[in-house]
Design a protein around this ligand. Structure first.
Ligand SMILES: [Zn+2]
Length: 296
């Protein structure tokens, strides 16, 4: 028996212990996890940064796949590294690293599922079918979406910053050359001012995802010469300023103005920003207002 078969048997045993019985869909879960680990070629130190989203019909026997994945990846509902979503038919499982540097989507080939369901209907035993799945060549059971042997999905810096902002509930994420260079949960403009302080010239050509981009942040983006900006909420003035300077941007919501923390008045930095065109002047004035506020 080869090492690989030995390993698979061992993982099947672990999954059976967790799940309570051995069945073909449990083994599919194990095989999905094994293929993901092999393809992503993860450094063992990164194993606890793996996150899984399983999309499948939330009915047995399909849902047995979930326990196969939990047993083989240690990504579980309990540690919140496994998300489960319902689907009508398709079975796909997405694996990604927390920093989004690697990701992979695996689909169970629908013909293989149909074959199993018809064999089960004919009275084949769970155990028998489990071993059948275990010995089935990977490429008859699973596909890596968008083709076998594809290069792992490469995402843009802006997309990475955007996903970080949402998944980690940040107020600011800055990515350059696939690396996260700055992140913050500070509200308002202080986070961005800190990034400029710390990184200075390194912000040039970086991609910025910020929860709220008013004209003040837009001017700072122009000042720092960033390449791209994403905002959950962007003001019309900010949009105008970024367009004028040819900075690429994406946004979800567009609003007339950005309010202060009380939600009643316009943010004080925004008030100053409205009268400024020159980004260097903007930076100087924001710093002055910041030190005034901090002294209060
Ligand atoms: Zn089961």
């Amino acid at each position: 028996m080869t090492n690989e078969t030995e390993e698979l048997k061992h993982e099947m045993k672990n999954a059976e212990n967790l799940h309570g019985h051995l069945g073909p869909f449990l083994v599919i879960g194990v095989k999905i996890a094994r293929l993901a680990k092999k393809t992503l070629n993860l450094d063992p130190s990164k194993h606890n940064e793996l996150q899984v989203t399983a999309t499948l019909p939330l009915l047995t026997p399909f849902s047995c796949i979930i326990d196969g994945i939990q047993a083989s990846t240690k990504c579980t509902i309990g540690n919140r590294r496994l998300k489960v979503e319902n689907s009508k038919r398709d079975i796909t499982v997405k694996f990604e690293l927390k920093d989004f540097s690697k990701s992979l989507e695996i689909q169970v080939i629908p013909d293989a599922v149909e074959m199993l369901m018809s064999q089960l209907a004919k009275g084949a035993s769970n155990e028998e079918l489990a071993w059948k799945i275990a010995s089935m060549p990977e490429n008859q059971l699973l596909t890596i979406k968008n083709g076998w042997n594809q290069n792992l999905e490469k995402i843009t810096d802006l997309e990475k910053a955007k996903r970080r902002l949402k998944s980690e509930n940040l107020t600011l994420s800055i990515v350059k050359k696939s690396e996260i260079i700055f992140e913050s949960r500070t509200h308002g403009i202080f986070g961005f001012l800190e990034a400029i302080e710390k990184l200075g010239d390194k912000l040039r050509d970086a991609s910025v995802a910020d929860k709220i981009v008013g004209k003040a942040i837009a001017l700072l983006c122009i000042y720092a010469k960033v390449k791209a900006v994403y905002a959950l909420t962007m003001s019309k003035e900010a949009e105008h300023a970024l367009k004028e300077c040819g900075v690429y941007f994406e946004r979800d919501k567009l609003v007339n103005e950005i309010l202060d923390a009380s939600g009643k008045e316009m943010c004080p930095f925004e008030k100053i920003a409205l009268t400024i065109v020159d980004p260097n002047e903007a930076y100087r004035k924001f710093k002055a207002l910041q030190s005034l506020i901090l002294k209060r």
